[in-house]
Design a protein around this ligand. Structure first.
Ligand code: AMP
Ligand code: MG
Length: 521
């Protein structure tokens, strides 16, 4: 096989490996990863690959060869490579869970193209030493969700890991979707995920929890050299700058989630990338009606720890856990606390700046906070579609103030409810908004243009991905293709695709997979 790009494999070469090469489940100490070979699929079939990412990686020509499917389904190894699973722990739903690790992710190799390095990782390619009680496999349903959403997020400008290919394996996988004692077979699938690194907060946490400070330092130094080299040589000062930058990036990522209405669903520390990338697309969802209390994850329905409205605060909680893990290298808690305190202060500032952009304000005034609060309050008075509302708002010309409610009417799930009190609140809000807009220098056309780059027209609504899954399960990839193409340009007008600029249909309101998702994947 001619694999056309440079293999670098720095992680394996520079960090300690688990000496045990058997694929048995175990606790691993003093190591960052374990070697493991992907499971061979019985009858692999390529459903989709991302042309944009193929190009970025220098794999476009390779994707036209028969070896492409073999490599990215796990059937054949890239010559000279030694796949491995990463060792990490994590705090799950607020509690330390100990060792977790890549239970169904296998890093094939790390490549370099145009001076950038990328790790190619198969998700769902069989068990690893970290599979614990599970099978290491993934079903088509969750793989379509991860594949479409990571590429959609990328094109929305949200920091994220990417997805290169989606393959069905030809194997059956047993899953109990609702955890209610009704397991059924589903189609198995493998997604190739791509990222400069798949390191998570949990990688550092596990080494600190095991009091393996030697390996912890090696891992932090590795991370600095390969991913934060602009910070300079390792020192306590650099470690602090590193933590500051991870905090900045993490906050930036979550504020972007708030911009587009994305709810991750499982913000455990093992699902927090050290590079501030959205990672591990599981029971995520998109806000339809604007509701800060919403989470798609049924596993979290009682406490709603990971609901939309508290994602920034949870990011901070996770950063506290990372700070604890880095403490042995810094040995001065007050320095870490200062960074955390500054991050806490910035949540409000970053959130307000993002919301100002969403409503087309180009500079900051004290009263903007109130204007934004009044908007997010009234948005919840009656179910109002977040994406449609903000998109339509860009059409607002202040000289026609009374038409505000009329303009955004298509965003209301029950327009008949916009009466009396609620209508009054909306009218009052539009009056304040119009007044504020008059202080802006930017004209209507310019404002509209800018707002339309911040407020997407098309997002991967929960029911849309479900339609793609239903069809793919029947061997039909038309919807998958259509959505993939649509979401490459989420902020552009696509008149022939107007049907996707619509509220969630009623059938999807309470359907499993659309509004309710479990961790079963
Ligand atoms: P998640 O909540 O999907 O981030 O997964 C939490 C942990 O469970 C990680 O260590 C995963 O690797 C592991 N895991 C999830 N699903 C499976 C599976 N089907 N087989 C093996 N490990 C899994
Ligand atoms: Mg995970």
């Amino acid at each position: 096989m001619q694999f056309p790009v440079n293999i670098i494999d720095s992680f394996q070469k520079e960090l300690p490996a688990d000496p045990n090469h058997e694929n048995t489940r175990r606790q691993v100490f003093k190591a960052c990863f374990s070697y493991v070979t992907p499971k061979k699929p019985s009858n692999p079939n390529l459903l989709h690959s991302s042309p944009d990412l193929l190009e970025t990686l220098g794999l476009t020509d390779f994707s036209k060869t028969a070896d492409f499917l073999k490599v990215f389904s796990g059937e054949k190894l890239i010559p000279g490579t030694h796949p491995y699973a990463m060792c990490y722990g994590g705090h799950q739903f607020g509690n330390w869970a100990g060792q977790l690790g890549d239970g169904r992710a296998i890093n094939l190799t790390e490549i370099e193209h145009h001076h950038k390095s990328w790790v190619l990782q198969l998700k769902g390619a069989g068990e690893t030493p970290y599979s614990r009680t599970a099978d290491g496999l993934a079903v088509l349903r969750s793989s379509v969700r991860e594949y479409l959403c990571s590429e959609a997020m990328y094109h929305l400008g949200v920091p994220t890991t990417r997805a290169l290919s989606l393959v069905t394996t030809g194997d059956q996988v047993l899953r109990d979707v609702l955890y209610n004692g009704h397991p059924a077979y589903e189609k198995g699938a493998v997604v190739c995920r791509v990222s400069p690194s798949f390191l998570r907060f949990g990688n550092y946490e596990l080494l600190a929890a095991n009091q393996d400070i030697h390996t912890l330092q090696k891992l932090v130094d590795y991370t600095l050299i390969h991913h934060f080299s602009h910070l300079g040589e390792a020192s306590v000062e650099t470690y602090l700058q590193f933590f500051t930058e991870v905090a900045d990036r993490t906050l930036e990522m979550v504020i972007e989630w708030q911009r587009v209405g994305f709810v991750h669903g499982v913000m455990n520390t093992d699902n927090m990338s050290i590079l501030g990338l959205t990672i591990d697309y599981g029971p995520y969802g998109w806000l339809e009606g604007y509701d800060p209390n919403w989470t798609p994850n049924t596993t979290d329905s009682a406490h709603k720890r990971y609901k939309f409205g508290t994602q920034p605060q949870i990011a901070l909680w996770n950063l506290v856990k990372l700070a604890n893990a880095l403490f042995p290298l810094i040995k001065d808690a007050s320095l870490l606390e200062t960074i955390l305190e500054e991050t806490y202060q910035r949540i409000e500032v970053s959130y307000s700046a993002m919301m100002r952009k969403k409503i087309g304000l180009t500079f900051q005034k004290d009263e903007d906070k109130k204007l934004i609060k009044e908007l997010t309050d009234v948005l919840q008075e009656s179910e109002t579609d977040m994406t449609i509302f903000f998109r339509l708002l860009s059409g607002y010309q202040n000289e026609t103030i009374t038409k505000g409610v009329e303009l955004v009417k298509a965003a209301f799930y029950r327009a008949s409810e916009i009466e009396d009190d609620v209508k009054e609140k909306w009218t009052r809000w539009f009056i304040s908004y119009a007044k504020r807009l008059q202080e802006e220098d930017i004209n209507f056309e310019e404002r509209k243009k800018v707002m339309n780059t911040v407020n997407p027209k098309y997002v991967l609504r929960n029911y849309m991905v479900q339609l793609a899954i239903d069809a793919a399960n029947q061997e039909d990839t038309t919807v998958l293709n259509e959505l993939f193409t649509l979401l490459q340009n989420p902020c552009e007008e696509q008149p022939e695709q107007e049907k996707w600029f619509a509220k969630r249909p009623e059938w999807a309101r309470n359907r499993v997979g659309c509004s309710m998702l479990s961790c079963s994947s």
